[in-house]
Write a protein that binds this ligand. Structure first.
Ligand code: FPP
Length: 239
């Protein structure tokens, strides 16, 4: 099979802010949860397509530390979608070979959802086809504060020295420990903000903002974002 243009040079790590579900639903006179349901479908399509393309890491912003401010009905709708996706992922694990990691403070999730996340993480730890990192109750500032606390704790207990802290050591304390930084961050829906998504990890990422709403995002849109990424002259501060 001939490789498409996007396949011939793919970023190894793509991160996506899955935005626009609410507007997608509103345009159709549907409840916001219907937008999230369509967003979960878009995620399935994109995770499969990333596997086809050979993308190694896909990180998605599924629920932020700020999203708790939404109505109870919307929050529980998103949690239900996540639980149903994880149930399906746990069932199909041996077929799909997707590895799962979870970034964020899972302790605020229901015990049942926490268990599903930990099971998925543990049971998929040997798979290497594509790794999906779900950001769940995730905030970049919260991640950094939790990392600082953990390091301070190690200093207090004599396992580390304050002066030994450098960028490499600090990264081991982040939720993303061991995962290379995303080369490409995509935000659909026309918004052009980072919204507390991976602030440490994206300092040299390329950002592609697109007008499409997340539920309408499919392989063609991912191809377009990758093509835009390939046109960029990536620079890391050197001459
Ligand atoms: C942002 O759109 C989206 C979210 C806050 C939730 C994202 C969740 C999903 C896509 C479903 C999760 C499930 C799986 C399986 C990935 P928005 O609601 O802020 O949209 P708006 O800006 O148009 O209101």
């Amino acid at each position: 099979m001939a490789l498409s243009d996007a396949q011939s040079c793919v970023p190894q790590h793509i991160a996506i802010i899955m935005d626009g579900n609410g507007r997608w639903a509103k345009k159709r006179g549907l409840p916001r949860t219907a937008g999230h349901s369509a967003g979960a479908e878009a995620f399935r399509r994109i995770a499969n397509y990333c596997r086809t393309l050979g993308v190694k890491y896909l990180t998605v912003y599924a629920f932020s530390t700020e999203n708790w401010k939404r109505s109870e009905a919307e929050v529980s709708g998103i949690m239900r979608l996540l639980a149903s996706y994880l149930k399906e992922a746990l069932r199909d694990m041996e077929k799909n070979h997707v590895r799962f990691r979870f970034f964020g403070d899972l302790s605020r999730l229901s015990p049942k959802l926490q268990k599903m996340c930990l099971d998925a993480q543990e049971r998929s730890s040997e798979y290497h086809e594509v790794q999906v990192n779900f950001c769940l109750n995730y905030g970049g500032r919260d991640e950094i504060i939790r990392a600082i606390r953990a390091y301070a704790n190690d200093v207090a207990e004599g396992r580390k020295q304050a002066d030994d802290l450098d960028e490499t050591v600090f990264e081991e304390y982040l939720d993303s420990a061991g995962v290379p930084d995303p080369e490409l961050v995509i935000r659909p829906s026309g918004e052009m903000r980072l919204s507390n998504f991976l602030p440490w990890q994206t300092v040299y990422s390329e950002f592609v903002f697109m007008d499409v709403l997340w539920p309408d995002f499919g392989p063609a849109e991912l191809d377009e974002a990758i093509a835009e990424f390939r046109r960029r002259n990536r620079r890391f501060g050197g001459a």
